[in-house]
Design a protein around this ligand. Structure first.
Ligand SMILES: [Zn+2]
Length: 332
């Protein structure tokens, strides 16, 4: 099977076995600023690189993880903010026509949850919540082994639950969302605001006095060196995430919560206070025996999610592959 991870900066594809063993990889810049046709061409080129190494008769199907909003049922990508020029693109239909393989589509964060459930930290569980904390904050909920989709396939936008009802305005229009409080850019912004009040910090020297050069990675580094200001920001971030995880535990009653994305790499400095907040706030029945852990799959989580989506549709995909082959013959 073939798994594809379409991001705003790069498109990646893998050829894998049914057990998730990756046999080949390809990667290209997405070049999103060059518009729809160019990006579609880059997606096809990337897929062709791994497809060329596959035995077509053994291939079952392909799945693509893409930034939302999108409709996983119809295979249409609406208009993701990081893919300019995209508007109601029937991505699965386009790729099926090109490759004569069944193609499935999923929201990248939902597929990450499915990947973690199938191949990662969640593989011994049936009920899982995944939260990615990166440039944005997203999530996915696995309910008895299936992605919780919602009526339009748009469920589990965990990054846009309100944490601070009178907090800052989020990019989505809502107020005090988990994303606007905990994403990488938000951590950076809060740190700069704190240092502008004159609070002392190693960070000022680390960026030669130019606060605009502060990055989430530098904040984590300063915190590891015991910097009070950086530690304060990370603890605050852990607090917001802890409140978010508390909501998620009460809403979905998962057996495990997995947190991924660049911000999760801060590690125990983030997870320990986060878990403390959860234990203070959530009803014990909801957190007792529920691990809250970093992702097992690192940067490949989206690709594993795509592979997992083909696996979930395995039987249907085999039938549809035969149908698509017949259509291909008719066209020829
Ligand atoms: Zn929001």
């Amino acid at each position: 099977m073939i798994g594809v991870d379409l991001g705003g900066t790069r498109v990646r594809a893998v050829l894998s076995t049914g057990t998730g063993q990756i046999l080949a990889r390809a990667e290209m810049p997405t070049q999103a600023d060059q518009g729809l046709e160019h990006v579609l061409s880059n997606i096809k080129l990337t897929i062709n690189q791994v497809l060329g190494l596959a035995d077509f008769s053994n291939l079952v199907g392909m799945a693509v993880g893409a930034p939302g909003p999108l409709n996983p049922f119809t295979g249409v990508v609406f208009s993701p903010p990081n893919l300019p020029g995209w508007s109601n693109v029937p991505l699965t239909a386009i790729l099926e026509k090109e490759f004569h393989l069944p193609v499935y589509l999923g929201n990248d964060a939902n597929l990450a949850a499915l990947g973690e459930y199938t191949f990662g930290a969640g593989k011994d569980y049936r009920y899982l919540v995944y939260i990615t904390v990166s440039t944005g904050v997203g999530g996915g909920v696995i309910e008895d082994g299936r992605i919780l989709q919602g009526a339009k396939g748009a469920a589990a936008e965990l990054g846009h639950m309100t944490i601070e009802y009178d907090g800052p305005r989020c990019n989505c229009g809502n107020i005090g969302c988990l994303e606007i409080l905990t994403s990488g850019p938000s951590i950076r912004r809060r740190t700069i605001e704190l240092l502008e009040t004159g609070v002392a910090s190693k960070l000022v020297d680390m960026v030669g006095g130019n606060l605009e050069d502060i990055t989430p990675e530098l904040i984590a580094e300063a915190a590891r060196q015991g910097d009070e200001a950086a530690l304060r920001i990370i603890k605050e971030t852990a607090f917001f995430l802890g409140v978010g995880v508390t909501n998620v535990l009460h809403l979905y009653n998962p057996e495990i919560v997995v947190i991924g994305g660049g911000v999760s790499k801060i590690g125990s400095m983030l997870f320990e206070p986060l878990i403390e907040v959860v234990h203070e706030r959530a009803m014990p029945a909801f957190w007792e025996g529920v691990p809250i852990v970093p992702t097992d799959l690192g940067g490949d989580i989206g690709l594993y999610g795509s592979i997992a989506l083909v696996l979930q549709n395995y039987e249907e995909a085999r039938i549809r592959k035969q149908e698509l082959a017949v259509v291909g013959e008719d066209e020829a």
